[in-house]
Design a protein. Structure first.
Length: 211
């Protein structure tokens, strides 16, 4: 069971101060959502590709403890958000689906943006999985969104930056989990579900998208 609370703000300028919504609009503030979860075993902060910051709080952890944890993690949150913003700016759009035909220059720009984005998200999710990652490649694959090699290299379709944040994160988590479980066993899907509980729905939606 998960209950979402109201949206909260913390000011970056003074980490110990709570901000009202009006104050947040005038200052550089961290906007986040906090969810209580009966399934969560530990506090965690999820920074989504669309810029949302969600704090997952186990039932046994108090709100005060969770807020102290957020304050400690503000520098990391700011760094992660900045990296995602750079990736979105590089492609010049948010997440419409990919165009079919691009010039060589535009294609290279999209590949570089995809690489920046994927590296950021791998770094984020690998805090949970802690698996050794080889090289990361961005390719113009015709039939796959991503793949994993026996050498630990990860391949992703450049169109990943045009997907929804949930779908892009699922693809990255999927390939990361293959570095521990090189199969699609029950244990593999259990690993995926640790970071992406709604993976079944997202997987179904991805199958309906043409490459």
């Amino acid at each position: 069971m998960e209950d979402r609370s109201d949206t909260h703000f913390y000011c970056f300028l003074r980490y110990n101060d709570r901000c009202s919504m009006a104050e947040a609009k005038q200052k550089q503030a961290l906007k986040y959502q906090m969810r209580r979860s009966s399934r969560a075993r530990r506090l965690r902060i999820d920074v989504h590709a669309d810029g949302r910051v969600v704090v997952i709080r186990p039932l046994r952890v108090s709100r005060t403890s969770a807020e102290q944890f957020i304050v400690q993690k503000i520098p990391w949150i700011k760094k992660t958000l900045a990296g995602l913003a750079r990736a979105r700016k590089a492609i010049g759009i948010e997440y419409p689906f990919a165009r079919k035909h691009l010039s060589a220059t535009e294609y290279q720009r999209q590949r570089e943006a995809a690489h920046t984005f994927v590296e950021e998200r791998i770094g984020y999710f690998n805090r949970l999985y802690q698996v050794p990652v080889g090289r990361v490649f961005i390719r113009n694959q015709k039939t796959r969104w991503g793949s994993c090699s026996s050498k630990g290299n990860l391949n992703f379709n450049w169109r990943i930056v045009h997907l929804s944040s949930a779908a892009a994160d699922y693809l990255i988590v999927h390939e990361l989990c293959h570095l521990r479980e090189f199969n699609h066993s029950q244990q593999f899907w259990k690993l995926v579900g640790q970071a992406v509980p709604e993976y079944a729905r997202i997987r179904k939606e991805l199958r309906a998208l043409p490459l």
